[in-house]
Design a protein. Structure first.
Length: 133
């Protein structure tokens, strides 16, 4: 088949509850469903005023976060940047990152490369409550 079609909001399991966070945190992984070989993709909806409970970094993977709705802030190592709709943030490997939603929530598409394959946990380090005020 020359293409793969998936609806990010309807065709994927919501694994947001696995992050021990807000009950309406939405996190949908599309990498396998799209048969992506060189990259990864996810959709996330962070509820209004909520901070994603984990910060993380990658050894190899570069990520791009695209704001498709709402607003918020992102912490990159020790710097905090404001996010608005249609902002795109490239985050290189070895940079810690975390994000929080503004008053209207935050909807983001996350694109990562290279694809982390069968052992994605080997590339990532995460820490709960990494972003503490």
């Amino acid at each position: 088949m020359p293409f793969t079609l998936v609806n990010l909001k309807e065709g994927l399991e919501d694994v947001g509850s696995k992050f021990d966070g807000a009950p309406d945190l939405e996190f949908r992984l599309a990498t396998e469903a799209l048969d992506l070989e060189q990259s990864g993709l996810s959709y996330q909806h962070v509820p209004p005023g909520y901070r994603f409970p984990y910060g993380h970094t990658h050894k190899k993977q570069e990520e791009v976060y695209v704001v498709v709705g709402g607003s918020g802030r992102m912490k990159l190592d020790d710097e905090i940047v404001e996010l608005k709709e249609w902002d795109a943030v490239r985050v290189p490997p070895d940079t810690w990152r975390g994000y929080e939603a503004g008053p209207g929530g935050l909807e983001i598409i996350v694109i990562g490369a290279p694809n982390l394959g069968e052992a994605p946990r080997e590339d990532v380090e995460g820490q709960r409550d990494w972003w503490a005020d």
